[in-house]
Design a protein around this ligand. Structure first.
Ligand SMILES: Nc1ncnc2c1ncn2[C@@H]1O[C@H](COP(=O)(O)OP(=O)(O)OP(=O)(O)O)[C@@H](O)[C@H]1O
Ligand SMILES: [Mg+2]
Length: 363
C-alpha cells in the first residue's frame, strides 16, 4: 500500500517534467514564465508531500517579511520597489531562487521518477527512503541556519522578557515601597511638629507611620518573592513547589525524582512556569486534583502538570501559556499542551540541562 502511494507520486513528477521543454522550446513566449513558475511550485508541492510521507524535516529558509521603507517604497530584503505587487513578486523570486533547497527539489524532481521508481520496484522501502533523504533532507548548512534563527529569536525574547521584568520591578518599587517611605517621612515630620503642643495627635501620627512601615515591608517582601522566592534559593525547586501546592485551593500532589539542584535561572523559570500552570488549573480546569511530576533523566528535566478538569487549554487563548513557552525557549526548552475537550489536561515542560550535586549548586 505504502509502496503504491509512493509510486503514485511519480506520475505528477513525470507530468511536471514536461514543463521545462515547454518553457524552453517557446523561449520568451507567453508560456515561458508560467511554465517555470508551475515547475518550481509543483516541485515544492511534491517534495513537501514526499517529505511528509517519509518523515523528513522541511529544509526551506523562512520567507523574509516585506518592509515598508521611506517615502512609500517597499524593501524586500534584496531590493527596493515603488509598487507593492512588484515588490511581492521580487520577494518571492529572490526567496525561492536563492534558497539552495529549491535547486535540490528540482534535482530530485529530475532524477526521482527514474531512480525512485527503479528502487521502489526492485528493492526494499528503506533504500528508497534513504535515496529520498539524499536530496530532500535539510543539509548541515540549512540545519545550522535554522538553529541560528532559533537562537536569535530566543535571545530576543529573553532580552524582551528581561526588560519587561526590570520595568515591572521598577514600577512596583516606585508605586509601592517608595511611595510608602515618602508617606512615612511626611507623617513623621507632622508628628515631630505636633509633639510638643498636641501629644495625642503626634501619637496617632506615629502609629500611622508604623502601620505604613509594615505595609512597605510587606510590599518589599512580595516583590522579592516575585523575583525569586527565598524558599527556592534556600531549599530548591521541589520544596518551593511543595509550598505552592500547600497554598493551592485544589488538592496538589508533587512527585519528584531529582538528585541535585538545577542552575538557579532555570530553577526560577520552571518554578514560575509551574506556578502559572497551577493558577490556570485553579482558574479554568474545574477539576479537583493536580499532579506535578518532576523527573531528570540525566540530560533533560521533564516536568508534567496534570489536572482532572474539563480540558481545552490552548496557548493561543491567553498570554500565560505563551509566556511559559517563551520562558522555556530561552533555555532551549519546550512546552507541550495536551488538553482534549473533557480533559484531562497534561502539560509537559522539557528542558535540556545537567544537575549539579546537592552540595555544589552550580551547573
Ligand atoms: N488547566 C486548564 N484547564 C482548562 N483550560 C485551560 C487550562 N489552562 C489553560 N486553559 C485555557 O487556555 C487558555 C489560555 O491559558 P493562558 O494561561 O495562556 O491564559 P489565561 O489564563 O486565560 O490568561 P493569563 O494571560 O492571565 O494567563 C485559557 O484562557 C483557558 O481557556
Ligand atoms: Mg493563565
Amino acid at each position: 500500500m505504502r509502496r503504491l502511494s509512493l509510486l503514485a507520486l511519480k506520475v505528477p513528477a513525470v507530468l511536471l517534467l514536461a514543463l521545462p521543454p515547454l518553457a524552453f522550446t517557446h523561449l520568451y513566449s507567453a508560456l515561458t514564465f508560467p511554465s517555470l513558475v508551475a515547475l518550481v511550485a509543483g516541485s515544492r508541492g511534491l517534495a513537501r508531500t514526499s517529505r511528509r510521507l517519509q518523515g523528513i524535516e522541511t529544509p526551506y529558509a523562512p520567507r523574509p517579511p516585506l518592509q515598508q521603507a521611506h517615502l512609500g517604497w517597499y524593501f524586500t530584503g534584496y531590493d527596493y520597489h515603488r509598487r507593492r505587487v512588484l515588490a511581492v513578486l521580487s520577494l518571492w523570486f529572490n526567496w525561492i531562487g536563492r534558497d539552495p533547497a529549491t535547486w535540490r527539489d528540482l534535482a530530485w524532481l529530475g532524477t526521482d521518477p527514474l531512480v525512485g521508481t527503479v528502487l521502489l520496484l526492485t528493492s526494499r522501502l528503506d533504500r528508497h527512503a534513504r535515496w529520498t533523504r539524499v536530496l530532500l533532507a535539510p543539509t548541515g548548512t540549512a540545519r545550522l541556519g535554522e538553529r541560528v534563527r532559533e537562537l536569535t529569536d530566543s535571545r530576543a525574547e529573553a532580552l524582551d522578557a528581561q526588560a519587561a521584568e526590570l520595568e515591572r520591578i521598577e514600577r512596583d518599587l516606585h508605586d509601592g515601597a517608595q511611595a510608602r517611605l515618602v508617606a512615612i517621612g511626611l507623617t513623621l515630620s507632622l508628628a515631630q511638629r505636633a509633639l510638643r503642643e498636641r501629644p495625642d495627635e503626634a501619637d496617632a501620627l506615629l502609629s500611622e507611620a508604623r502601620a505604613t512601615a509594615s505595609d512597605a515591608v510587606r510590599q518589599l517582601r512580595d516583590l522579592v518573592h516575585g523575583i525569586r522566592p527565598p524558599v527556592l534559593t534556600e531549599r530548591g525547586l521541589v520544596a518551593a513547589l511543595e509550598l505552592l501546592a500547600l497554598e493551592h485551593p485544589l488538592r496538589v500532589g508533587v512527585a519528584a525524582q531529582l538528585t541535585g539542584r538545577l542552575p538557579a535561572p532555570l530553577e526560577s523559570a520552571v518554578y514560575f512556569a509551574a506556578s502559572e500552570l497551577l493558577t490556570n488549573a485553579a482558574k479554568h480546569a474545574r477539576g479537583s486534583t493536580v499532579e506535578i511530576r518532576i523527573v531528570h533523566n540525566g540530560e533533560t528535566l521533564v516536568v508534567t502538570v496534570t489536572d482532572d478538569g474539563i480540558g481545552g487549554a490552548d496557548t493561543a487563548n491567553g498570554t500565560g501559556l505563551a509566556g511559559v513557552r517563551k520562558r522555556l525557549r530561552a533555555f532551549d526548552g519546550t512546552l507541550t499542551v495536551g488538553s482534549p475537550p473533557g480533559g484531562p489536561t497534561v502539560i509537559t515542560m522539557e528542558v535540556p540541562c545537567a544537575l549539579s550535586s546537592p552540595r555544589t549548586s552550580t551547573c
